[in-house]
Design a protein around this ligand. Structure first.
Ligand code: ADP
Ligand code: F6P
Length: 324
């Protein structure tokens, strides 16, 4: 059967995430395998509006599967939030013969993808964000690498924290979502995990627990604080004043977004990239690819964006059992 599209564009948008390169590579090579042309759009929607568009071939994506970041660069673009910006974006796609587009980014980027789909560009979204904060999918490109990076950093902080018999507050990314904090907290055996979705602001209860742990002979106390709660430095000062235990805050920051993607991020991103191209070849548009209950799936973008996500209750309960 003939492909429904002839030329596929691919862009990365929003925060970069390890595995985005694997996804780009899969889009390019799958498209080439199907006899399509591929164009890379640099710097997300900002680059689209500036026509930063380059032809891509198999060699353009050589030696990138193992690299963090995104070779197409990424950006945030206020102009694309306006109807005029979106109209211009669709016109530029048409001018360059792009009749199918793969947008790799978070749900903000998917909102932009939906606008382009409505303006006649067949568009598919892939979940690219370290935050895991997209409701329709159990997996997002970059989360696995980010939590492994953060976990290794937390293990290191634990060594020095234990040696000095300190309390350590370690702030991890996740915008307003606590998935990175929860996973890192469980994986690194944290004594407290503060999630924006669950935190009741009762710092005194945490302080009481730190004192009680110390009485029980624990020589250190690791608190994983999610970015959505933040204020780790001032929290550390208050904890130190209330407990008498030296307390240090570390904000892990952007190191969590970099680094060579894990095997999982490379493989899942590759399969999702290929799936996006297959959907475009079938004439599908306004859809996003996800991974749910053990399968790669695709959803209508609007349905996906309307879905709600919360911290899985079982994971949260387990974290509570283990943090003592
Ligand atoms: P992420 O994709 O990681 O969630 P952002 O929320 O920053 O990141 O969104 C990335 C970009 O997607 C924005 O800078 C903007 O260009 C575009 N975007 C976000 N929301 C919309 C929207 N409602 N309509 C059109 N474009 C949007
Ligand atoms: O969405 C990914 C993310 O790293 C969030 O966890 C964080 O809140 C945000 O991006 C930081 O964005 P910036 O790169 O603009 O500092």
């Amino acid at each position: 059967m003939a492909n429904a599209v002839n030329t596929i564009g691919v862009l990365t948008s929003g925060g970069d995430a390890p595995g985005m390169n694997a996804a780009i590579r899969a889009v390019v090579r799958t498209a080439l395998a199907k006899g399509l042309k591929v164009k890379g759009i640099k710097r997300g929607y900002a680059g689209l509006l500036k026509e930063e568009i380059v032809d891509m071939d198999a060699m353009s994506v050589s030696d990138i599967v193992q690299r963090g970041g995104t070779i197409l660069y990424t950006a945030r673009c206020e102009e694309f939030r306006t109807p005029e910006g979106q109209q211009l974006g669709a016109e530029i796609c048409k001018k360059h013969g792009i009749d199918g587009l793969v947008v790799i980014g978070g749900d903000g980027s998917w909102n932009g993808a939906e606008k382009l789909a409505n303006l006649g560009i067949n568009t598919i979204g892939l979940p690219g964000t370290i935050d895991l904060d997209i409701a329709c999918t159990d997996y997002t490109i970059g989360f696995d690498t980010a939590v492994n990076t953060a976990m290794e950093a937390i293990d290191k902080i634990r060594d020095t924290s234990a040696s000095h018999e300190r309390c350590s507050i370690i702030e991890v990314m996740g915008r307003s979502a606590g998935y990175i904090a929860l996973w890192c907290g469980i994986a690194s055996g944290a004594e407290d995990i503060l999630l924006p979705e669950r935190y009741d602001g009762n710092e005194q209860a945490m302080i009481n627990r730190i004192i009680e742990h110390r009485k029980r002979g624990k020589n250190h106390h690791i608190i994983i604080n999610a970015e959505g709660i933040g204020h780790s430095t001032s929290m550390a000062k208050r904890v130190e004043a209330a407990t008498g235990i030296e307390t240090r805050a570390t904000v892990l920051g952007h190191l969590q977004r970099g680094g060579s993607p894990t095997c999982k991020d490379r493989v899942y991103a590759s399969i999702m990239g290929a799936r996006a191209v297959e959907l475009l070849c079938e004439g599908k548009t306004n859809r996003v690819v996800g991974y749910r209950n053990g399968d790669y799936v695709d959803y209508d973008i609007n349905e996906a964006l309307a879905m709600k996500k919360d911290i899985p209750e079982e994971q949260y309960t387990v974290s509570k059992y283990l943090s003592r």
